[in-house]
Every structure is written in structure tokens, then in C-alpha cells.
Design a protein around this ligand. Structure first.
Ligand code: NAD
Length: 495
């Protein structure tokens, strides 16, 4: 492995994301040799911690990865803690002194990666101070990794972006969408562009509709405070779901490079129809979970969760239809849905192919066929929790006579392969170290996604929802099923 030379500064170093994802990912990179002697990590947050205490915490976060004592000691010795209030300019001077000292101590050549693992309202302030207090170096690279959400609508995203761009050029900004680090999301491109049997059919002549489901069985858990201000539309559709739509819909890139892929994704996003408010109401439905029963467990309704208003109008479910107005996709609906407290956890994509022109197996007086239905061919891409893909085909049922029967070609990565594969965050951090922005959201994509989502949001803000409208443990409100039925389709995945 290539050893990287870099100083990480993690803002929000005591937070949940840092502990659950970032430190274990850094350790995996360390074990693989992507980080060696020439790296250091500054963790910053409000609390007063000593380096020693911080290193204890870091070692705790990697316990599941079974490090030897020596590895854990060696790894954690690269970590330094600096208490820090992001609103206080003087604190950035302390941070700069520490950064410069570590740069010299570890021979880091001015290479710096700033990871903003903090609430988004701080993103702008931190970035401005990185520049004004001259923490950004003149030698070496300076890259900014920034967590979601990027803005809360187009206007706020635009303003945040303007502020960040004063300190970092676009190619040094790595906006995290951790789904883009997932193996099977990256596999969408392999399935499409490495298989003539699919790419030749990947258009409105052969595909009837596309269905994307991001289902969670959990409720809002302890994130009620955050979720009340976000809701499913902004939390899931604006970023993850639209990224997946663009990967499925884009034209084949000229080369598999960051620049070419981005060009095609942006073109695809720009071709998605921007609804007016009336169309938005017609094509998007929202839901909020009520109480319910699943597997002998009773669940409370969203409005009684912690930090949630008793009259909350926040949606915990969205289903909708995007239309893409270009030659390839005209007339093919892209149905999307996501929600909490659904029947089962699972992220999957169903590509539903058109029927054969004539069903010669329809029962007829002189024929021997008894069943008339030919279910559509469906290509399913399983993103999580299992990873793989399947294809349903129609074959002949064994026996006298002639009945057709759907059969499924099913491939799933083994649990062992999945557990040994790099974590999304591990891959994305390494990409950022390599300066490869392929699997990050670029500004043009973020901007267009907000344009698409803002209309839906504003149409909802002007109407009163009839919440709660689905029981915990179901796949969402009736309207989400009607949405497809009125087009003559149905959700392929019904757990
Ligand atoms: P968290 O609340 O657990 O951590 C926040 C951190 O910010 C803490 O270290 C806290 O000390 C620090 N902080 C807060 N105010 C500060 C101030 N004024 N000055 C200095 N430090 C301050 O949050 P989190 O769950 O780790 O999330 C961080 C970011 O990552 C958010 O943007 C979130 O949306 C995103 N994210 C988190 C997860 C996750 O699994 N936790 C997943 C995806 C995205």
C-alpha cells in the first residue's frame, strides 16, 4: 500500500461519528499500510481532554478490530487532543501552533486533511477560520471533508458553498455521501458498463420502471431533535437517493474518471423534471409512523418519541416519482421510497423490464397453458444489509403441459467477503487522501438536487398532512402504493 503523509484535523473529535466510524476507519488504513509513520491526528471538540484520555478513547473505538497491544499503542500515539470552541478565533491560533509542531515532528510536508464531523451550522465558521488564521498551508495539499447535510435548501447550500469556496477550490472539497462509498452502489457502474446484456437494454424501450427503496426498520431513536428539522425528504432523498438515481440514469462516461463521471451525473440530474408545486403534490407522498406491532413488539408513534413535538408534521416516510426528460428515459418512472419503522431494513434497487410484445402462453382453447401471467424480468441490486444482485426470468415449469414459472438467478456476496470488505468511510477517507473525488457529491449535483427537492418541500409546507398515516411495521401509507397502481405498476419489494 502507498503510505500517505498527512495531518488530520477532526472537528467533532469526541462525537458519535468520529468514534463509530472515523477512528476505526483510520485504524484499518493504518493496518493496511496506507498510514504509517508520517501521519498525525488532531482531535478537537469543546470538552477538555488530555492526550492520554483521548488515546484511551481512540483505543476503545478500535477494540472490535482486535488490534494487538503494540498496534493499538503505536496507532493511538499519533493522536493529539486540543479542546476548541469553533466560534473563538484565538482557539484557532492554538490549533495552528499544534498543527505546525506536528508537521515538523512527523515530517508531514504541509499535507492537511480537515474533517468536519460536526453539526452543519458550524461548517461555515470553521472553514473561514482555517483560512483567516492561516491554518491552511502553502506547501502540501489542503483538503476539506465535510459531512452532510450540505445546506437545508438551495439558498442555504449556495451560501455555505460560497463561504467554503473562499478557502478551498472545488477539487479540494470532499462532500461526504457515505452511500457512495458502499460496495454495491459502486457496483451499479460495473453492472451497467461491464455487461452488454444490460447496457444494451438500459433505456425506455426495454425498461418499464425503476424502483429504489431505502427502508429502515428502526424509528428515529435518539435523533429526534435533528430529525424534526430535517425529515425524510431532506435526510435521504436530496442526497443518497438522488445520487443513486443519477448513477442509474447517467450516460456511459467516456472514461471511468472523476471528471467524466461527474459530467454525466450532472447531465442526468439536470434532465430530471423539476415539478411545479401542483405536480409535486401529485407525484410525491409523505408519511409519518403511528404506533404498531411487529414481531411481537409494540412500537410507539413518532409523535411520542423523545425530542419530537406532539403535533409534529415531520415526515418519516417519502415515496415519489421522478421523470427524466431525455432520449434514454423519457416515459420511464423512477419510483423512490424511504422511511423509518418499515417492515424490514433494506436498501435495494429494482429494474423492472418491459413485457415481451405478445404473451404466446396465454390460455387458449387449443393450447395447453393454464397460467397466463408472465411476471416481468426484474434485475435487483441489493445494497444492504445483504450485498449482491438477482435476476428473475420466466422458465417452463417441469412436467406435462406448458406452464411458465418465474425463477431467480441470485448472487449474494458471502458474509465473509462482506465483513472483510473495506467500510464505506475507510474507502472514502483513502479516496480523499488520494485526491480522488469520484465518490463524493460535487457542488453542481448538490445544487440541482436541492432544486428538485425544494419544490416538493414548499408544496408540503402549504398543506396540512394527515399524520400519522402508516402503522409501524408496514411499508408506508396507502398513498405510496396508489402512486404506482395508478400507472399500472406495483412495488416489486413487498417484505
Ligand atoms: P455529535 O453530536 O455526536 O458530535 C458533535 C461534536 O461536535 C462533538 O465532538 C462536540 O464536542 C463537538 N462540538 C459541538 N459544538 C462545538 C463547539 N461550539 N466547538 C467545538 N466543538 C463542538 O454528532 P455526530 O453524530 O458525530 O455528527 C457529526 C456530523 O456527522 C453531523 O454533520 C452529522 O450530520 C454527520 N453524520 C453523522 C453520522 C453518525 O452516524 N453519527 C452519520 C452521517 C452523518
Amino acid at each position: 500500500a502507498n503510505e500517505n503523509t498527512v495531518l488530520f484535523t477532526i472537528f467533532g473529535g469526541t462525537g458519535d461519528l468520529a468514534k463509530r466510524k472515523l477512528y476505526p476507519s483510520l485504524f484499518r488504513l493504518f493496518k493496511k499500510g496506507n498510514l504509517g509513520t508520517h501521519f498525525a491526528v488532531i482531535g478537537t471538540a469543546r470538552r477538555e481532554w488530555s492526550d492520554e484520555y483521548y488515546r484511551d478513547i481512540v483505543r476503545e473505538t478500535i477494540q472490535d478490530l482486535n488490534p494487538t497491544n503494540e498496534e493499538a499503542e503505536d496507532f493511538s500515539s499519533h493522536f493529539y487532543y486540543q479542546s476548541h470552541n469553533v466560534n473563538d478565533s484565538e482557539h484557532y491560533d492554538t490549533l495552528k501552533n499544534l498543527a505546525d509542531k506536528l508537521d515538523e515532528q512527523y515530517n508531514l510536508n504541509g499535507n492537511r486533511l480537515y474533517y468536519l464531523a460536526m453539526a452543519p451550522q458550524f461548517f461555515g465558521t470553521i472553514v473561514s477560520h482555517l483560512k483567516s488564521q492561516k491554518i491552511i498551508t502553502d506547501n502540501g495539499f489542503n483538503r476539506l471533508v465535510i459531512e452532510k447535510p450540505f445546506g437545508s435548501d438551495y439558498q442555504s447550500a449556495y451560501e455555505l458553498n460560497q463561504q467554503i469556496r473562499l478557502a478551498f477550490p472545488e477539487q479540494d472539497i470532499f462532500r461526504i455521501d457515505h452511500y457512495l462509498g458502499k460496495e454495491m452502489i459502486q457496483n451499479i457502474s460495473a453492472i451497467r458498463f461491464a455487461n452488454n446484456i444490460f447496457e444494451s437494454q438500459w433505456n425506455n424501450r426495454y425498461i418499464d420502471n425503476v424502483q429504489i427503496t431505502f427502508a429502515e426498520n428502526l424509528g428515529v431513536e435518539d435523533r429526534g431533535g435533528y430529525y424534526e428539522h430535517s425529515g425524510a425528504l431532506k435526510d435521504m432523498v436530496q442526497n443518497h437517493i438522488l445520487q443513486v438515481v443519477s448513477l442509474l440514469a447517467m450516460e456511459p462516461p467516456v472514461a471511468f474518471s472523476e471528471k467524466e463521471i461527474r459530467t454525466e451525473k450532472v447531465k442526468a440530474l439536470n434532465a430530471i423534471r423539476v415539478y411545479d408545486e401542483k405536480e409535486a403534490l401529485n407525484n410525491f407522498v409523505r408519511g409519518q409512523y403511528g404506533g404498531g406491532q411487529l414481531d411481537n413488539q409494540t412500537y410507539i408513534d413518532y409523535r411520542h418519541e423523545e425530542n419530537v413535538s406532539e403535533s409534529s408534521e415531520t415526515e418519516t416516510f417519502v415515496a415519489g416519482k421522478f421523470m427524466i426528460d431525455n432520449f434514454r428515459w423519457s416515459g420511464v418512472p423512477f419510483y423512490v421510497r424511504t422511511g423509518k419503522r418499515l417492515t424490514e431494513k433494506g436498501t435495494r434497487i429494482n429494474i423492472v423490464f418491459k413485457q415481451v410484445p405478445v404473451n404466446v402462453f396465454k390460455p387458449s382453447i387449443e393450447g395447453t397453458c393454464e397460467n397466463s401471467d408472465l411476471p416481468p424480468n426484474v434485475l435487483t441490486i441489493y445494497i444492504q444489509p445483504t450485498e449482491g444482485f438477482s435476476m428473475t426470468l420466466n422458465g417452463k415449469e417441469v412436467g406435462q403441459g406448458f406452464n411458465t414459472l418465474p425463477v431467480k438467478l441470485d448472487f449474494r456476496h458471502s458474509a465473509e467477503t462482506v465483513s472483510n470488505s473495506p467500510e464505506a468511510y475507510e474507502k472514502l477517507i483513502l479516496d480523499a487522501l488520494n485526491g480522488d473525488g469520484t465518490n463524493f457529491s460535487h457542488w453542481d449535483e448538490v445544487a440541482q438536487s436541492w432544486h428538485l427537492v425544494d419544490v416538493i418541500r414548499s408544496s408540503w409546507d402549504k398543506t396540512t398532512p394527515d399524520f400519522p398515516n402508516y402503522a409501524a411495521g408496514t411499508m408506508g401509507p396507502k398513498a405510496a402504493f396508489d402512486l404506482l397502481e395508478r400507472d399500472g405498476f406495483q412495488w416489486i419489494w413487498e417484505p
